[in-house]
Ligand binder design. Structure first.
Ligand SMILES: [Zn+2]
Length: 490
């Protein structure tokens, strides 16, 4: 599920960021260049990318995640990785996950680092595309194919990086783990969730790097920001329902399921959840304030004050992306009511979709909605991921994120700057949700960063004619080679 980076910088801020970039360009010239991949390394990385794009890993009768993970398993075994360190496993024959452990030399000094990459892709129809979505096509400076943005480019980069480091005889000081997983996009066998629940020992880590989010945002080829997802909101659907004995529509009464539901939804429409910050969003707004100008910059500083300025919160709340970044949001997304034009409605139901600020549980939200509606005739139930309607919601709170770990951000910033000089690195809270959530719930910090540079207006993940700039693939390869070594503590 790779999304638009959703970094909200206004035109003035892009300009300011550009000035920073220009000012730092001269400094960057003095920096030592990153190690370059050899022609053979690049040929292998490209062959892996092509192979993965051409294996259909959709959750359809034609698709198989196992075909993709098994092909990568073969590459690791052929390269001489010990079979015990290359595990193909999962709850369904077509949804096997691959977990590869690149072992430390001797006794590791620290817990492992896990690179988490989903192997499945969203369905793509040949009739919708200019090219065959399951053929790897290079055209006009782009690689085309389903998964070129989400996220087989990163799968291929990480596989190629592990193989190259192994070939070079690299010995990390801690274990590096790569998990290629099933059913992030669709399907019942989410590999990340299953691995955490069933094989924690295989994927336990000091922290997770998940290239399914974050990355470098380009504006007409110019890098403007490198966003790192340092936490994310929690997704929850609720069903709000009113029931009534009904009757003939020629004899209306004050009690009416539709009116009762509408009264509740009208309360929700004007309700705002409390303003909140955590260490990640605090640093995000502090960073953004430095690049914004005028009232917006003042407001961003004012919400960081103690106590926060309520007028500033109100002004920033008018921008949906800011609003979603400092509070829980709930919004009605579907309605279903009545059974005939000439009958009083016996049922009225709405789906309310909530994006919960870390630190709260879905059940806490459900009770808040009950209190807000304050109508005993209404029910508020939780809709599970599988679509079951349940009286109560999970009690588990999403963990408030720790402050970004310097051991991750120092090398991430340094290597990003070597490739995209002067580009500011910003930890952000993603308003959507990824597989990182299963590790975050298990108490393992997660950082989303693809090191893939994309034009802001060319996000085609899940869409037609998905494509990746050729140059972005090679830069991501350079990034992860240096980053993996840095996290392995060289
Ligand atoms: Zn994805």
């Amino acid at each position: 599920m790779r999304r638009n980076l959703a970094i909200v910088l206004r035109a003035s801020a892009w300009l300011a960021a550009g000035i920073v970039t220009a000012a730092l360009a001269s400094i960057a010239c003095a920096q030592s260049a990153l190690p370059q991949a050899s022609a053979a390394d690049r040929a292998e990385a490209l062959a892996i990318f092509k192979q993965l794009i051409e294996i259909n890993t959709t959750d359809t009768p034609e698709g198989s995640v196992t075909a993709g993970t098994a092909a990568m398993e073969k590459r690791f075994l052929d390269a001489g990785f010990p079979p015990d360190d290359v595990q193909l496993l999962g709850p369904d024959p077509r949804k096997q996950n691959l977990v590869v452990r690149f072992r430390a030399a001797g006794t590791p000094a620290e817990k492992p680092v896990l690179f988490l990459c989903h192997m499945d892709v969203v369905q793509a129809l040949r009739s919708d595309w200019s090219t065959d979505p399951f053929q790897f096509v290079e055209k006009d400076g782009y690689y085309y194919g389903r998964g070129t943005q989400d996220m087989k480019e990163s799968d291929a980069v990480l596989v190629a990086t592990f193989l190259r480091l192994h070939r070079e005889g690299y010995q990390p000081k801690r274990d590096l783990i790569l998990a290629l997983t099933a059913d992030e996009e669709n399907g019942k066998f989410n590999g990340a969730r299953w691995l955490v629940a069933q094989h924690r020992d295989l994927v336990d880590a000091a922290y997770v790097i998940n290239p399914d989010s974050g990355g470098v945002e380009l504006d007409h080829g110019r890098p403007v920001v490198a966003a790192v997802e340092a936490t994310e909101k929690v997704y929850a659907d609720f069903q709000v329902a009113a029931t009534n004995r009904g009757g003939h529509s020629s004899l209306p009464r004050p009690d009416n399921a539709i009116y009762e539901l509408m009264a509740a939804l009208n309360k929700l429409a004007v309700y705002t959840f409390p303003f909140e910050l955590n260490d990640v969003t605090r640093s995000y707004f502090r960073n953004l304030a430095a690049r914004e100008t005028g009232q917006t910059a003042k407001d961003m500083r004012a919400i960081l004050a103690n106590p926060p300025d309520t007028a500033a919160i109100a002004r920033l709340s008018t921008e949906p992306a800011f609003n979603a970044n400092f509070r829980t949001t709930c919004v009605a997304t579907r309605l279903n009511a009545g059974h005939a034009n000439n009958a009083l409605p016996q049922t009225a139901e709405a789906t309310v979709n909530c994006r919960i600020f870390p630190g709260h549980s879905p059940e806490e939200l459900r009770r808040q909605l009950v209190a807000l509606f304050d109508d005993p005739k209404l029910t508020v139930k939780y809709i599970s991921n599988e679509g079951a309607v349940l009286d109560t919601a999970p009690e588990r709170k999403a963990i408030s994120p720790p402050a970004p770990i310097p051991a991750v951000f120092e090398p991430l910033t340094r290597i990003t700057d070597a490739i995209w000089p002067g580009t500011p690195v910003m930890p952000v809270m993603e308003n959507g949700a990824s597989d990182s959530v299963y590790f975050a719930q298990a108490g393992i910090p997660c950082y989303g960063y693809s090191a893939v540079a994309m034009e802001r207006d060319d996000v085609r993940a899940h869409g037609q004619d998905e494509r990746l700039p050729v140059d972005s693939y090679w830069k991501s390869l350079d990034f992860f080679y240096a980053f993996a070594k840095a996290l392995g503590r060289e």
